[in-house]
Design a protein around this ligand. Structure first.
Ligand code: FMN
Length: 193
């Protein structure tokens, strides 16, 4: 892939108890990179609470727990169902509560996605709550929320969901670039021509 010399930046923050949302977040990051964004993709546990988000686009993704974002109680439940113990401390709900856009940003944008069990896919998911919190914290939602399907609580992802996630991210990237009046990153190859 070409090395980017400049361009719009995206921060992808995900929560994942069994690794499925992480796989989607990585596929989303690929789609954003292919659309010209410089992307930082990070587990919510490794992201400091309360640090202003300076990226042009924030993307957040979380597993659906009890039709919404996880809470300490539901994360404890996930541990009982086999998730790794160090995944229970902080979730996207807590992170979003303390998030805020960098004040220098004009119209900071946020896109949201969740993972959910295919059998109940039409019921409310985590992304709806994430969008509400992001708006409350000063981000403007961009694009339709993404919903990516798993076969059961520990996964696996349904076939084709990572490809669908990359396409979803490409569409979010296009909308974001239009809304912010940004151009995709120029690459070193572009710069030479
Ligand atoms: C406590 C708990 C509650 C859940 N509630 C729901 C739910 O309401 N709707 C749903 O579709 N999936 C529900 N799930 C399944 C999760 O969405 C699934 O485990 C998740 O998408 C897997 O992603 P992860 O590997 O990133 O954690 C629940 C899972 C747990 C552990």
């Amino acid at each position: 892939m070409n090395a980017h010399t400049s361009g719009p930046r995206a921060l992808v923050v995900y929560e994942s108890m069994f690794g499925n949302t992480e796989r989607i977040a990585r596929a989303v990051s690929d789609g954003l990179r292919d659309s010209g964004f410089e992307v930082t993709c990070t587990d919510v546990r490794d992201t400091e609470l309360g640090v202003p988000v300076g990226a042009d686009l924030l993307v957040v993704g979380a597993p659906t727990h009890a039709f919404s974002l996880s809470r300490p109680r539901t994360r404890a439940d996930a541990l009982r169902q086999g998730a790794a113990a160090d995944h229970a401390e902080v979730g996207l709900r807590e992170w979003l509560w303390q998030s805020r856009p960098d004040p220098s940003l004009n119209a900071p944008l946020a896109a949201v996605f969740d993972t959910r069990v295919s059998r109940v896919r039409r019921l409310p998911g985590a992304a709806r709550k994430a969008a509400r919190l992001a708006r409350h914290r000063g981000f403007e939602p961009v694009g339709a929320p993404g919903a990516f399907l798993v076969e059961g609580t520990p996964g696996p992802l349904n076939a084709g969901e990572t490809v669908r996630a990359t396409h979803w991210a490409e569409s979010i990237a296009r909308t974001c670039l239009e809304r912010r009046g940004l151009a995709p990153a120029r690459t070193e190859d572009d710069a030479r021509t």
